[in-house]
Structures are given as structure tokens and as C-alpha cells.
Write a protein that binds this ligand. Sequence first.
Ligand code: ADP
Ligand code: MG
Length: 398
Amino acid sequence: GYRKGGYHAARPGDRFAGGRFVAQRKLGWGNFSTVWLAYDTLHSKFVALKIQKSARDYAHAALHEIELLSALAQGDPTNSKCVVRLLDHFKHVGPNGQHVCLVTEFLGDSLLRLIRYNRNKGIGLSRVKEICRSLLVGLDYLHSELGIIHTDLKPENVLLVSTINPAKDPVRSGFTPILDRPVGSQYGGTVISFSEKMLKMRARRAVAKISQRRVSLGGFAAEVEKERNLDGISLKCKIVDFGNACWGDQQLAGEIQTRQYRAPEVIIGSGYSYSADMWSFACIAFELATGDLLFAPKNCEGCSEDEDHLALMMETLGKMPRKIATSGTRSKDYFDRHGDLKRIRRLKFWPLDCVLVERYNFTETDAQGFADFLRPILDFTPEDRPSAAQCLKHPWLN
Ligand code: ADP
Ligand code: MG
């Protein structure tokens, strides 16, 4: 919460880094941070400002994220590898302590919003393919060039690339930046000549204007909602949130990933690598295409969420090979020595291509093509999953 060690409570019009960045409105938040749209008065453009919670652990996590994002930026001079670009970072002292702040390029809505606006429908296969291509370019870059595992790939951590420039297109974005610099002063100066009252007034006006038009800045989904289709919207996307990412040879956490996107080897504790990201990628692709989670495990009577999750995986993908099932530090919690689940004895097998036809009304051809692409990525044996580079060559994408 907003207390010592916690979030920094920012307001529209608040200034950061000696006045250079002016907070506009909140874009989102996670467990560790709040993210604001901010105006960079030095370069006259909008940026995203991630303000980390102030407690020491969070600061550590933010510095780690800066290290990884710096490496990502360095290896990608043309900013074309589908990962968010770090522009700057600094520390901000507020009433709740010292917050590490990351400045990144401003992106559009998350895939989560896109999926929500199209609930139970999916966004159409050609758009799914487009997003898959971007994601795979990003993953290939992370995995094979940098040696980084993201470990928390999910729709809310993938953002569409915004084509609306709020500065050049204030009408379409419904937005006028809140600027506080005194007329004629130097950028980044410390002199602040506008009164608090005046700033607050401008901030309120800007916020009212946004809610009136119901247009989210750079918000494709908001446009989608308005126009009821996605035509003409660029579906390039970028991977964000490297707060949990790690170097491939320096894995720390045993349990990674958000539940529904978690790979089987993580659940059974048999070690993970880059291929765990590939599993999450396949889950996202399915969700984009159908509007539903691929696996939505529940805590049921007599069995844990983990065990339900493993059962769901096997119902869709077939039985897990005994060798894999019994190979983890937690295997004994779920499996007997034959590699059968201890508490869930009767599985209702429903293969992926059949699910696509029978539940989501895919044509046979579409279902075959999509399942053909996804099935190898959802291999229970992590080493047998194709890499991002190999997926990019799959005929389904080309
Ligand atoms: P956390 O580590 O706290 O989850 P994230 O980096 O995932 O933080 O950011 C939280 C949310 O803020 C994202 O899900 C997204 O909605 C928004 N966000 C993050 N970065 C940007 C950006 N560069 N442009 C636009 N929105 C962003
Ligand atoms: Mg996040």
C-alpha cells in the first residue's frame, strides 16, 4: 500500500528528476510498482515512468531490472527486437522513502485488455499470428542473444506498440500534456513558478478531458471498443516487466511464473530454462485465439491447484511421460511411482485440435494448423520444445 516502504503516491502534475518528468496519469500497476504516463520536458515526448515501492527488497529488484534492461538496450541499437526500451533511471525521495524509478518508452494497451475486449471470441488468427511473430522475435533476442529468461510472460506483460503520438495528435488522444515549466525557463531547471493551485487545476482539467472522451492514450483496445474491430491497428507488441527476469545461468527462484502460464517442470520442481518462457508463450497464443485461458486450474476438494493444473495439462496434451513426471523434487507430492496422479485418477482426454473445433468452432483446417504450431511448444519434455527461432520458421506463421 501507500505507506513506508510502499508505493509512492503520485498525482498528475507531480515532477520528477529535478523537474524533467511531469506525471500525467496512472497507466497501471503491479505488485512492486505504479506506472505513470509522464511528459519528458527535455525531449518533448511522452514516456512511461515506473515508480518502484521504496522498501529495500523492491529497490534491489528495480536495480536488477535496470541491469537487464540496460543490456537489452545495448544489444538492440535500432530498437527493433520487441522488448521495451529503457531510456533513463533515477531515485525519487517521497514521504514513504526512496523510490527507484525507471523511464521507458511509452507503449499502448496490454494484451490483457485486448483479450478482455474480445472475451470468449479471440482476436482472429491473422492478428494472433502477427502478435506471435513479435513475441517470438523478442523471445529469440532474450534467449539466444542475451541469455535472459523472462520468467513471467503473460498478457499483462506484453504491450501493444502505440502509434498515437499524444503530442502530435492531441485530438485523437484526447489529451493535452500538463506542463509546469515556467515560460522561457531552461529545461530541467529547479525553478518552479506555477502555483500548486494552478497545477492542480490543469491536472483536473486534463483528467476530466480524458474521461469525457473515453479514449485511452495510445489505447488500441479503447479504439477497438469504439470501432468494434481491429482493422488498421498495428499489432506489433513488446515484452515488458523484467522485474523477475534472470540470466539463464543464474536462476534463483524455485517457483517462477504466474499460475496459468506456469510450465509443468516448474510445478514438479525439476529445474527450468528458456523453454519455460516458450510454454507461457503458447498459453498466451491460445488465449489470444480463443479468448479463454488454456489452463485454468482450481483448488478442488482433496486436491491442490498444482495437481488440478497437471491434470488439465494431461487432458489436453496426453499423459506426461513417466520419466518426466517422476523427475522433480516435488514429484512425490503429485505422482505415484508409475507416473500417475495420486488423487485425480480419471482424466477426460480432450486433445487440443478437438477443443479448438468442438469448443471454439474453429474449422478443421484452422484447428489443425494452429494445433500443429502449438503442440510442439507444449511438450512436457522441456528440451524437446522448439526455440523461439525455430518457431519463427514454422509454416503456420509464414
Ligand atoms: P510490475 O513489475 O509492477 O508488474 P510492470 O512493468 O509490469 O510492473 O508494469 C505494470 C503495468 O503498467 C503494465 O501491466 C502496463 O499496464 C503498465 N505499463 C508498464 N510499462 C509501460 C509502458 N512502457 N507503457 C505503457 N504502459 C506501461
Ligand atoms: Mg507486470
